[in-house]
Design a protein around this ligand. Structure first.
Ligand SMILES: Nc1ncnc2c1ncn2[C@@H]1O[C@H](COP(=O)(O)OP(=O)(O)OP(=O)(O)O)[C@@H](O)[C@H]1O
Ligand SMILES: [Mg+2]
Length: 259
């Protein structure tokens, strides 16, 4: 099983859309995929139109001991091989408890360990804040995918996120490979094009050498979930991004085996 965290401390950069498109692509390719919604705002959960608001069970239960594990929280979706653990608003209260309750930072990693034979991929959609939920996801992840908008402000947000990842990597003493996915790219604007070049200059082969364009068909996550199959230029570019991520994963594995 591979765990991918999709995170950026900056909001509105395409984390949820990326989580959804990559998870769907992995499931379509025959992988057993679990999506974890770790954002108290629950955009991903809403996109799947999970009944009951707030959902009676979800990712918050992993932190309060009321559920024995991920398996009983995972819901089937109408997409074959794709399951979801919903977000509950109570997630928002966790950050405060995390500071006083030792061991809470590793709760997610422990939960993932118990399902390592059940899923091929677990994708974690993180909230746009550096707190207990994001740290849990980074501590548990085999790799970090950072969607980033292509504008100068977003480049600052990206630098912050990569620094956080480095800190987590040092404390867990296990490499955390990181990949940058340029999103919401508008090639008609000069700042968009310049920011994309700057990203590539600064971060080299950590950056996917393309970008997901602005595409109105990616504007609404719920219709993206319903579309069968989803289509459009944005979705096509996410398919290409997934191919690149799988290739870099495979070459990382090959390097590890050779070492
Ligand atoms: N490539 C795209 N083209 C057009 N709209 C997009 C694209 N990617 C995402 N969007 C839209 O932009 C908004 C923000 O995207 P998304 O929710 O995926 O970002 P996020 O980083 O998860 O946000 P948050 O930090 O609030 O969780 C959403 O309305 C989404 O549907
Ligand atoms: Mg989101």
């Amino acid at each position: 099983m591979r765990a991918w965290a999709i995170a950026n401390q900056k909001g509105g950069v395409g984390k949820t859309t990326t989580s959804l498109c990559l998870a769907r692509g992995l499931a379509t390719a025959g992988n057993r995929v679990l999506l974890l919604d770790l954002d108290p705002h629950a955009s991903l959960t809403r996109a799947f139109e999970v009944p009951a608001d707030p959902p009676p069970s979800g990712t918050h239960d992993l932190f309060n001991g009321s559920a024995s594990g991920l398996l009983e929280l995972a819901r089937y979706t109408h997409i074959p091989d794709l399951q979801l653990v919903a977000a509950q608003p109570a997630l928002a209260t966790l950050e405060r408890r995390g500071a006083t309750q030792p061991g809470l930072g590793l709760a997610l990693g422990r939960a993932l360990h118990t399902v390592r034979d059940v899923y091929d991929y677990v994708l974690m959609d993180c909230p746009p804040t550096l707190g207990l939920l994001m740290v849990n996801a980074l501590a548990a992840a085999d790799r970090l995918i950072v969607p980033t908008q292509t504008d100068p402000l977003a480049l600052h947000g990206l630098a912050d996120m990569l620094r956080t990842a480095e800190m987590v990597e040092r404390s867990r003493r296990r490499p955390l490979p990181r990949h940058v996915l340029p999103t919401l790219f508008d090639r008609r604007t000069r700042t968009g094009v310049q920011s994309l070049y700057e990203l590539q200059d600064r971060y080299g082969d950590r950056v996917w050498p393309h970008a997901v364009p602005m595409d109105t068909r990616l504007r609404d996550a719920a219709s993206l979930v319903k579309a069968d199959p989803p289509d459009g230029r944005g979705v096509d570019m996410y398919r290409r991004a997934l191919k690149w991520l799988l290739e870099t994963e495979a070459s990382g594995d090959a390097r590890k085996e050779a070492a």
